[in-house]
Design a protein around this ligand. Structure first.
Ligand SMILES: [Zn+2]
Length: 157
């Protein structure tokens, strides 16, 4: 389950819509609490795919900067349980469905993040879906990498 507050959700839809006809992409910020992911914000990242209307690829330096700044290190003694950090990625499908495309299933921008939550916003149908990488995602290409997560719009906890 993913919870996202209405303001963040609206801003995310607005941003993705503004990037049409290209796919918008970026990082999701939030916390994991009792198995639920709470999205509290997002950062756009430039799409450097050679075919940006059909796929996305994070700008490497923008991603590296966000990663270094916002990654949550498990077991870090300075980690504040209430603090937020990187929990996933988002990207839009200007024309396609809210499901991972063939390119997404091999996307380094998704897989190499090793983050749990990946949100896809389908702009034509105003539909969205969140996916979670399965445990073996980094060991092999193809196969069942994604399981679906329900999205709940709710005020911040
Ligand atoms: Zn995609």
């Amino acid at each position: 389950m993913i919870a996202i507050d209405p303001n963040t959700a609206a801003a995310l839809w607005r941003y993705c819509t503004s990037r049409q006809p290209e796919e918008a992409c970026g990082a999701l910020i939030g916390v994991e609490r009792k198995g639920e992911f709470i999205v509290t914000g997002f950062f756009p990242i430039a799409n450097r795919s050679p075919q940006p209307t059909a796929s996305f690829q994070f700008d490497a330096s923008e991603w590296a900067e966000l990663y270094m700044r916002y990654r949550v290190v498990p077991g870090d003694p300075t980690e504040d349980k209430q603090s937020t950090g990187l929990i996933g990625t988002f990207h839009s499908h200007p024309a396609g469905p809210a499901a991972p495309s063939a390119a997404d299933l091999e996307s380094a921008s998704i897989i190499r993040t090793e983050l749990p939550v990946h949100l896809i916003l389908a702009l034509q149908t105003r539909d969205w879906f969140a996916y979670r990488l399965t445990k073996n995602h980094s060991s092999a290409l193809g196969g069942e990498w994604f399981i679906g997560l329900n999205i709940r719009i709710s005020p911040p906890a």
